[in-house]
Each structure stands twice: as C-alpha cells, then as structure tokens.
Write a protein that binds this ligand. Structure first.
Ligand SMILES: Nc1nc2c(ncn2[C@@H]2O[C@H](COP(=O)(O)OP(=O)(O)OP(=O)(O)O)[C@@H](O)[C@H]2O)c(=O)[nH]1
Ligand SMILES: [Mg+2]
Length: 698
C-alpha cells in the first residue's frame, strides 16, 4: 500500500437525507475504481460501508464508516454517513474531518429535512460541496425540480455541470457541460461507457446549460467577470480554473447526475472530486493554541505529528477502535504519542487504513490522511493526539443532548453488571446516547435521539455484548406546578420522654412564570424562627417539591416565602424545622391548585404533498397545534407544536401512512399544562406504579 501525502488525498464526506443513495454511491465508486471485485448492493447487504449486521438488516447506514478509492494515482477517502435524523451526529463528525462533501439528493424527492441539516453544518464549517442528484433513473425523477428545491433551500449557486441523457428508466448516461462530451453507459451495471458527441436533440439544452454555468463561474470572480464581459464567454481553461477556485471557496456548488444502482455517471464524479475539491494540503485545519485562540494547522508532514479523533468504535473483540485524521506530521505504527486532552501517554500499535470493516496495516499515516488504531487505553472521540512541545489541540465537536428516555431492564438478573460495562462502551462509541439510573425510581434509563436510536442501541447491546434487555415504555418528564397563591402553616411537635422536637413555620406560595423554576425567599423579621433554622425550612420544602404532590413529578415555577413561625428554646432543631417546612408545603398544596405540566415539542413533518391533509388531521388528533404549512417542490412541510406524550408512536405512524416517504424532525419547545382528564390518568398511573414498588419492597 502506497503512502499518500497531503497533496494527493481528498477527504470526502458523503452526506444527505436517508434513502438518497449515499451508501450505494460509495459502493459504485469502490467498484468503478477497482477497489472491490464485485459491485455491492444495499438491497443485498453486500456494500463495503454498511457492514454492521444491524445496518444490513435495516438497509440503512447507522454509523459513519470509512473507505478509500485510488483514482488517477490519488487517494479519495470516503466517509459514508447516516442520513436518518436520529443518527445525524455521525454525519457532523464526518464533515468535521473532511475537506469537502458530496451532498446526495434523491432526484424524485429533492431536498429533504436532513439535506438541509447537513447543508447547514457544511456551511458552518465552510466546506466545499459537490451536489449529486442520484436515483435519476427512477420514475418521476426530475433534475429540474431537484435543482429548484436545492436553490430554494440550500444555495442559489448550485449549478449543473452535467445533464442526464434520457429519462427515468431510459437513462443512458450524462453530458459533461465543461468538455461537451457525452458518456453513454452500458446497461449491465458494469460502469463501462463510451465517450461520444452530444446527442443532436440535446444540443440546444446543452448550450443553454453551459452558458448558465459559465455565467455562474464568472460571477464568483471579478477578473473572470471582466473577461466574460469582454469576450462574451470563457475559455475551457478559464472555466475549469474558475470552477475549481469557486468550488473550493464554497461560492459555487457544481451538480452531478448519477444512478448508483445502474452505475451511471460515477467516473465523471470521481474526476470532479480530484479536479474541484481541495486536497488537505490546500486547506488548513482549525486548531486552538494554548490560550484557546484559533490557529490554522497546515497538513505539513514535516511539522510535529498531531491527530484529531473523530470517532470511536466499541468492538467486543478488537476492543476500542480509534478513528483519526492526521492533521500534521506523520503517525507511526508501534510508537508512543501523547493524548493532549487527557494528558496521558498512548502506545500506538499497528496503524490501519479502513476499507469498511477490513483493515490494512501500514507503517505510517501522513498528514491529511484518515486512519485507525486499536486498543488505545484512554483516548476517546474529540481527543487530540500530539507531541509534548506542540501546544495545539483541536476544538471539540458538540453532540446533541438526548431527547427521549426509555427504561431498560435486563432479561436475566445476572446481567445487571454487564449492562453498565457494555453501555459505557457504547456511550464511548456514540456520545449522543446517555445511560443513567433514575435516582427516584432506581430504573436504568437509556436516552437517545429517538425511538429508532434507542432500538438500535439495544440491538447493539445484545449482538455485541450478549446482553438482552426489555424496553419499557418511555417516561415523559412531566412536572408539576401551582395555579393559585396561598398561605400555609406547618408545625412539627413531638414529646417523647426527654428531649422533644419542635419546629413551626408559616409560608406563602405563589405561581411564577413558565421556566422560572423555584425561588425561596426568607422574609423572617424579629427572629420568630432563629436564623440557623431557615436553611432547614428551605431544605424541607425543597425535598417535598422534588417529590411532587400529585403524581411524584418535581414541582416548578413557583415561589415560597417563609414569613413567620415559632420555636422552642430546648426542643427546636434542624430536623424539626425541616419537617415543619415539608408539612407547610403539603398544607399549601391543598389550596394552591396544583397541576401537571408536560413537554411540548416543535415538530416539522416533510412529506409528498398528497399526504398533507391526512397528516395534519393526524397531528390534530395528537393534540397538536398546526403552526404553518409550506410547500417546496412536491414536498409539503407541516409545522406544529405537539405534546411529547403524543409523539412517541409517531415514527411508525408516519412511515406506514406515507409508505416510508415522509420524515420528521422534532425538538423540545416548552412546558404546558396537561388537560385535566389526562391528568387523572397520569395520577392513577403514578399511584399504580408506587403501589407496585411497595409490594416489590415487601
Ligand atoms: N433506482 C435507484 N435506486 C437507488 C439508487 N441509489 C440507491 N438506490 C436505492 O435506494 C435505497 C437506499 O439507498 P442507500 O444507498 O442505502 O441510501 P442512503 O442514502 O445510504 O440511506 P441511509 O443510509 O439511510 O442514509 C436502496 O434500496 C438502493 O438500492 C439509484 O440511483 N437508483
Ligand atoms: Mg447509507
């Protein structure tokens, strides 16, 4: 295996909405570049990049994976990423270590919700992008509609540099607008093609599209603009050079047409990756100096060795696999390096290049390249590896906070300990999940980005670590609050033989605005309660409010003012005042009109417009408030606010209602009062649960 340097590598993240054909495209690339013997198919579970059993079974990418193609003596590193919303954090990580992206769009549905999300991330990272309109062989595919949606939602400067020859099933190949050549493909998925003249009936369309391309490129550069005005056009050399600099600068986004199942249009895309996307040598990587200021790190292999860890895989056999980008210098097998983040030393074993799951051992990996190593002891995702004298570290990627929790319990009792070890390994692999134990209910909680995310994590737990768990219905993080102000009294008095107990306080409770949480005010004048006992009163109220009043959920958004009380010289102590506080709280609740709050989510649903009416009806039935509707091409976007409790089954509903063509995104918005008839159910459920626990404890 040749060692590539920073000028002969391209690091490309393949991103886009689920089902757009990213994995299939990666497979066609690897096949056409001769990296694999057979053309792998997503539908047969034979691609290089979807190798995980769970991915094969579900026919979706669930985790980013790395492969490479050698093309014209250059190395193209491909990172295939998940397009489903639950797993998007891996696409973010991939974009972080790439120097360019292929944004893949389905030619039938155009831009979808995750297309926009990944586009935004690429924009933040100022990453050059090529757009691939894939699945152009499908019925109702349309370059024109896809382009319109791309221009509306992503950028005005997305510009075709190819046109497809033939439509839908009769797709034959593509015309390259730069060279004005036609590539006609064989129909046997071999990727073989012949080069020829532009078909006569396309001549006018090709001229017009080429004109538009030249104008767009000229617009991105003042000097070219002048030339364009003088000569009325650009030369081929000017066009190619202009396209390269405009693409590298993120000013223009060239668009390609492919069918990755029929293996059409792939080689021109590979040529374009080399021609228009920057090599690591041409693009600095952002680092931080000692004081935290941004510094540019060039991919210079003579500079001190440093690497950024963008992903960790929890393999039950190989142990931890650490995936990194060598930012500068070179990493060597069987050497020692520092983990700058943890300030520990790491022994590197044999460095590996990854081709999906298969690994090739290499003696060194140079600046700009992506590689992996197994069995590091302390190193995790987001860490910087480097040399002692070099102060640079790399900024940490942010992972999304979990939005949904399920309680899990092991099927066999002996697995309790195993669960926590395995879950910690999986948390290392996927920082967007969280594992904890509920301090109130003692349940084990698994939190993630959505139901599918949780299910996949549970499947990994079983398959990789042999731990089988039951998923219990997710818990909604309800809260309680009050609707009325009142005054209340709590007195704790006990006389038993010697020392007695005495605490007494009067409080006022009043509702506060939503989101204000809890306030405690000490309004005691004249020493009716001695200073040292006020914190005890507060503690008593705090404990009582976190246990809730109606259904055991923490009480929020209210103020308690303690304004009077009395004490006994001998019998008063902290415990007595704590109990008095808690009694006063309970007394207050009988008049303060306590109520239950539930989280409400902002929901955006994307689906073909034919389904809009039904989907809105369904959202109404879920107590949703429709906030607006938007159409983009053939897609309708519905915005609504829906209680979280009603959204737990939404994923399955949307999939079956739209035949898998709809998708949605949701995030937390605010807390709102639960309608009273539902409160009764929540209270009954809480009682039943507590009753059950009581019998278990007996
Ligand atoms: N007709 C047609 N089908 C395609 C094409 N590319 C992919 N497909 C099919 O579309 C489905 C999804 O393809 P994938 O490559 O798994 O899509 P993906 O973008 O990787 O999806 P995620 O991994 O979920 O993000 C599979 O059934 C593919 O066979 C294409 O160009 N034409
Ligand atoms: Mg995929």
């Amino acid at each position: 295996m040749k060692v590539y340097d920073a000028s002969s590598i391209r690091n490309v993240a393949i991103v886009g909405h689920t089902g757009s054909g990213k994995t299939q495209l990666a497979s066609a690339i690897l096949s056409d570049a001769g990296m694999v013997n057979r053309f792998g198919k997503v539908d047969d579970g034979t691609t290089v990049t979807d190798f995980d059993e769970e991915e094969i079974a579900r026919k979706h990418t669930l985790s980013a994976s790395l492969a490479f193609a050698e093309w014209n003596k250059q190395k193209i590193n491909l990172i295939d990423t998940p397009g489903m919303g639950n797993f998007l954090s891996d696409a973010r990580a991939a974009l972080q270590v790439a120097d360019g992206a292929l944004v893949v769009v389905d030619a039938v549905s155009g831009v979808m919700v995750q297309t926009e999300k990944v586009w935004e991330v690429a924009e933040e990272l100022k990453l050059p992008r090529l757009v691939v309109v894939n699945r152009i062989d499908r019925e109702r595919a349309s370059l024109e509609r896809s382009l319109t949606s791309l221009r509306e939602s992503c950028s005005r400067t997305v510009i075709p540099i190819q046109l497809p020859i033939g439509e839908e099933k009769s797709l034959k190949g593509v015309v390259d607008l730069v060279t004005k050549k036609a590539y006609i493909y064989q129909t046997d998925e071999s990727g073989k093609f012949t080069e020829g003249a532009v078909p006569g009936d396309m001549a006018a369309a090709v001229d017009a599209a080429r004109e538009a391309l030249i104008e767009m490129v000229a617009e991105a550069d003042e000097k070219l603009m002048e030339k364009f005005f003088d000569a009325g056009t650009l030369t081929d050399e000017e066009l190619v050079a202009g396209l390269k600099s405009a693409t590298s600068a993120g000013k223009v986004f060239p668009l390609f047409c492919t069918s990755s199942t029929l293996n059409i249009g792939v080689q021109p895309l590979l040529d374009a990756i080399l021609a228009y996307l920057p090599a690591p040598a041409e693009r600095a990587f952002k680092g931080l100096d000692k004081g935290g200021a941004e510094v540019d790190r060039k991919a210079d292999d003579k500079a001190p060795a440093t690497a950024f860890v963008w992903k960790t895989i929890a393999d039950p056999f190989a142990g931890r696999i650490t995936m990194f980008r060598v930012v500068s210098g070179a990493m060597k097998s069987d050497s020692t390096i520092l983990n700058k983040t943890k300030e520990t030393s790491e022994r590197l074993g044999t460095l590996q290049l990854m081709q999906g799951k298969s690994q090739t051992a290499v003696p060194e990996i140079k600046a700009g390249d992506l590689g992996a190593v197994a069995k590091l002891k302390d190193t995790l995702t987001n860490d910087t590896l480097g040399e002692k004298a070099d102060p640079t570290t790399f900024p940490k990627m942010k992972f999304p906070e979990p939005v949904l929790s399920y309680a899990i319990e092991p099927k066999s009792r002996g697995d309790e300990d195993k669960i926590s070890t395995a879950m910690h390994r999986l948390e290392e692999e996927d920082p967007s999940i969280a594992y904890s134990r509920d301090s109130q209910t003692k349940e084990l909680l698994l939190s993630g980005q959505g139901q599918l995310h949780i299910e996949v994590t549970v499947a990994k737990l079983k398959r990789r670590f042999g731990v089988d768990v039951n998923l219990k219905p997710p818990r909604i993080p309800y809260r309680e609050t009050i609707k009325a102000s009142t005054e209340a009294h709590g007195r704790h008095k006990k006389q038993t033989g010697g020392h007695g107990q005495f605490g007494d306080c009067k409080i006022k409770v009043e509702p506060l605005a939503r989101g204000a949480d809890f306030e405690f005010v000490d309004d005691i004048f004249g020493g009716s309660i001695p200073r040292q006992f006020i914190p005890a009163v507060e503690k008593g109220i705090q404990d009582a409010r976190t246990r809730g009043y109606l259904a055991g959920y923490p009480m929020v958004d209210f103020r308690v003012t303690v304004f009077d009380g009395s004490y006994h010289d001998v019998d008063s102590n902290e415990l007595s005042f704590k109990l008095a506080g808690s009694l006063a709280f309970k007394d207050a609740m009988t008049r303060a009109r306590p109520t239950i709050l539930e989280p409400v989510m902002n929901v955006e649903v994307y689906a073909p417009s034919d389904y809009a009416g039904d989907l809105m009806g369904d959202l109404n039935g879920r107590r949703g408030r429709i906030g607006g509707m938007d159409t983009r091409g053939a897609t309708t976007i519905i915005k609504a606010q829906v209680p979280m409790a009603e959204m737990l089954t939404y994923e399955q509903h949307l999939t079956s209602a739209t035949g898998g063509r709809g998708s949605y995104h949701m995030e937390y918005s605010h807390y709102d009062e639960v309608p009273s008839h539902l409160q009764t159910k929540i209270i009954a459920a809480a009682k039943a649960e507590r009753g059950q626990e009581a019998t278990v404890e007996e």
